[in-house]
Write a protein that binds this ligand. Structure first.
Ligand code: CU
Length: 254
């Protein structure tokens, strides 16, 4: 009897330890970002000297990188990657002489020292300039027929309408509507995610969660289309009690 109790305790002890080992030794997921994803910095003078990303695990510097790219896909960082090991973070200095108002993409790749796995991702931030913003707003209001719009009917008879306005590099508004073929809105949606990849320029995945506007209608505003070119935009519609809808839209941004 005593030996059974000891065995049960031993098994529980080992299980408890291996569970905590799984939590401690994992791949490196990002926790904090500076600048933040989708942040608009109001002036060039306010742009930080460095981009810093902290992770759940220590990055291996020889197999990790951060690149900061302008809208012409040119690096504006100083290629001086630093690991602040105590904080499990990576940082890289910006060449401030190359910072102008516009949209920037941060590409990061990290090899976790803990489990040897590679994680990667991208995100965008923008630098505003009051006068340029005003000019863009005026341009946008005069261009009535610009933008992207596409309808697809999925295999389980959901019609997805995906729209991007103005569909130019920089800030865009993304709209998604999901209706049944009889015209009624799809009601059982839990979340709608967007994932942006630009394979020819090696940008992405950049991810975003859309906001619910109405039943079956979702919207998002951001600078995810940070450069010209062909973007693969994956839309994932998570439904309650139904399979996820996965639909890719290939979008040309000029
Ligand atoms: Cu891992």
């Amino acid at each position: 009897m005593i030996s059974i109790v000891i065995t049960v305790f031993a098994v529980l002890f080992i299980m408890g330890n291996s569970l905590s080992l799984l939590q401690v030794y994992g791949h490196a997921s990002p926790i904090t970002y500076d600048p933040s994803p989708n942040e608009t910095i109001d002036a060039i003078q306010s742009v930080p000297d460095k981009v810093t990303i902290s992770f759940t695990e220590s990055p291996e510097p020889r197999a990790s990188s951060i690149k900061v790219l302008n809208s012409n896909n040119e690096r504006i960082d100083k290629n001086d990657l630093q690991v602040l090991d105590a904080q499990k973070s990576l940082s890289i200095s910006l060449d401030k002489s190359k910072v102008v108002p516009g949209t920037y993409t941060i590409n990061w790749i990290v090899l976790s020292k803990a489990d040897g796995h590679i994680t990667k991702g991208s995100y965008v931030f923008s630098v505003a300039d009051g006068s340029i913003q005003n000019q863009q707003n005026q341009q946008n209001s005069t261009e009535i027929s610009s933008g992207y719009s596409k309808n697809v009917t999925t295999t389980d008879n959901v019609i997805l309408t995906f729209e991007i306005s103005p569909n130019k590099a920089g800030q865009n508004t993304f709209n998604l509507s999901a209706t049944h073929t009889n015209g009624t809105a799809v009601e059982n949606i839990k979340n709608v995610f967007l994932e942006f990849n630009n394979p020819t320029k090696n940008l992405g995945p950049i991810v975003d969660t859309m906001d619910k506007i109405n039943s079956g209608k979702y919207s998002s505003i951001g600078n995810y289309l940070s450069q010209n070119g062909t973007w693969e935009i994956k839309v994932t519609v998570q439904r309650i009690g139904d399979y996820d809808i996965n639909q890719q839209f290939d979008v040309k941004v000029k």
